[in-house]
Design a protein around this ligand. Structure first.
Ligand code: CAA
Length: 381
């Protein structure tokens, strides 16, 4: 597959028009004021972009992973903060409920999440369980009458300040590491569910990130997601899909950085000619374009695998896509800033925001080093 099918091109066009007309104009102001893009997220919900692969019977758009990554790249071209809000709701909240939920859980939670009536988050990371996700300390204690009590702290939870539904992980037996982990669907209004301090971040400043604190939070038996002790596999399978979303986010940032760099290289005059006439600038543009095209092809291919039957291959393809696209985003944002010279260092120029926003893409949903572990294990065992 070397080009997009017509129906996906239509979704791309829809996402592109919306992103460039309605998201891009306010992106810099939201970045400066750190304000959550509530209006833009509400419009994404109306467009069906918050539950893109949720089947129509549960209120979603019933589209493919390829449609999702193509649309998400366009949204992130305009504003990666809006994009990550969309990505977490789709990949990390809707998807595990769709893939592992009971029929009752799907009917109860998916229609609200897919239509934006509620926002979802994914509570995995803890102060001592980041890259080592199996080291979950949040404790799940069975209650005498059924259900569990959850106690523990989650950190860097994207969407947490606005989310009403959390896919949350806790451990029945922390000494057994990942083998004791369970996944639960939690609701923000439950006693013991507390949103903690918001993070003051380097980039994606208008996305909302905070701690989540569970203090003797009672979870009814019917809110266990998947089987008991199946939580780690659910977390990992969910992250396969999340990682391809971050690949799409990174591509959006990279493409925007590239477009701004080309425009500047053509219009900025130095020594009596556009700076793009210099070979030093030409090589930067050539390297950026080549890396973007490569990462995009890999991302599209991983998306097709994600919807196919070879789940093992899909897993490391998603990691490859994230690794390639996130490193590309950082490369392109850095070169775009360099091409802008001193202007690129100013907050008045968009490349400054792209440079900061790109930085998260090699960190969250697994660092580049973790992606390399996943990829290497696919070949070496
Ligand atoms: N799908 C299903 N099962 C999987 C799997 C996958 N993709 N990957 C691993 N598993 C299974 C394994 O088969 C194994 O099963 P058994 O116990 O039956 O043998 C089990 O899970 C444990 O696997 P590993 O031995 O590979 O586990 P590990 O402790 O060595 O960790 C890791 C592997 C890849 C390093 C993992 O810990 C990891 O991905 N770490 C990074 C965590 C991460 O990405 N966090 C992101 C937080 S969310 C976020 O960032 C959201 C946001 O802000 C936007």
């Amino acid at each position: 597959m070397f080009d997009l099918p017509e129906d996906i091109k239509e979704i791309q066009g829809l996402a592109r028009d919306f992103a460039r007309n309605e998201i891009l104009p306010g992106a810099a102001a939201r970045d400066h004021s750190h304000s959550f893009p509530a209006e833009q997220v509400a419009k994404l919900a109306e467009m069906g972009f918050l539950g893109m692969f949720v089947p129509e019977q549960y209120g979603g758009a019933g589209l493919s992973t390829l449609a999702y990554v193509v649309a998400l790249e366009e949204i992130c071209y305009a504003d990666a903060s809006v994009g990550v809000t969309m990505s977490v709701n789709n990949s990390l909240a809707c998807w595990p409920i769709l893939a592992f939920g009971t029929e009752a859980q799907k009917q109860k939670y998916l229609p609200d999440l897919a239509t934006g009536r509620k926002l979802g988050c994914y509570a995995l990371t803890e102060p001592d369980a980041g890259s080592d996700a199996g080291a979950q300390r949040t404790k799940a204690t069975p209650l005498p009458g059924g259900g569990w009590s959850l106690t523990g702290n989650k950190i860097w939870i994207t969407n947490a300040p606005y989310a009403q539904v959390a896919v949350a992980y806790a451990n029945l037996a922390p000494e057994e590491r990942h083998r004791g982990v369970c996944a639960f669907i939690a609701e923000s209004h439950w006693p013991g569910y507390k949103v903690g301090k918001p993070e003051d971040k380097l980039g994606i400043t208008s996305s909302a990130t905070s701690e989540l604190i569970f203090e003797d939070m009672h979870v009814p038996a019917e809110n266990l997601l998947g089987g008991e002790r199946q939580g780690f596999k659910i977390a990992m399978a969910t992250l396969d899909g999340g990682r391809i979303g971050i690949a799409a986010q990174a591509l959006g940032i990279a493409q925007r950085a590239f477009d701004l760099a080309v425009a500047h290289a053509k219009s900025r005059i130095a020594f009596g000619k556009p700076i793009g006439a210099n070979q030093a600038i030409q090589w930067m543009i050539a390297d950026m374009a080549t890396r973007i095209e490569s990462a995009r092809l890999l991302t599209w291919r991983a998306a097709v695998y994600k919807d196919g039957d070879d789940k093992a291959r899909a897993s490391h393809m998603c990691s490859m896509a994230k690794l390639a696209a996130s490193e590309t985003a950082n490369f392109c944002a850095d070169r775009a800033l360099q091409i802008h010279g001193g202007y690129g260092f100013s907050k008045e120029y968009e490349v400054e925001r792209l440079f900061r926003d790109a930085r998260i893409t090699t960190l969250y949903e697994g660092t580049s080093e973790i992606q390399r572990i996943v990829i290497a294990r696919a070949y070496l065992g």
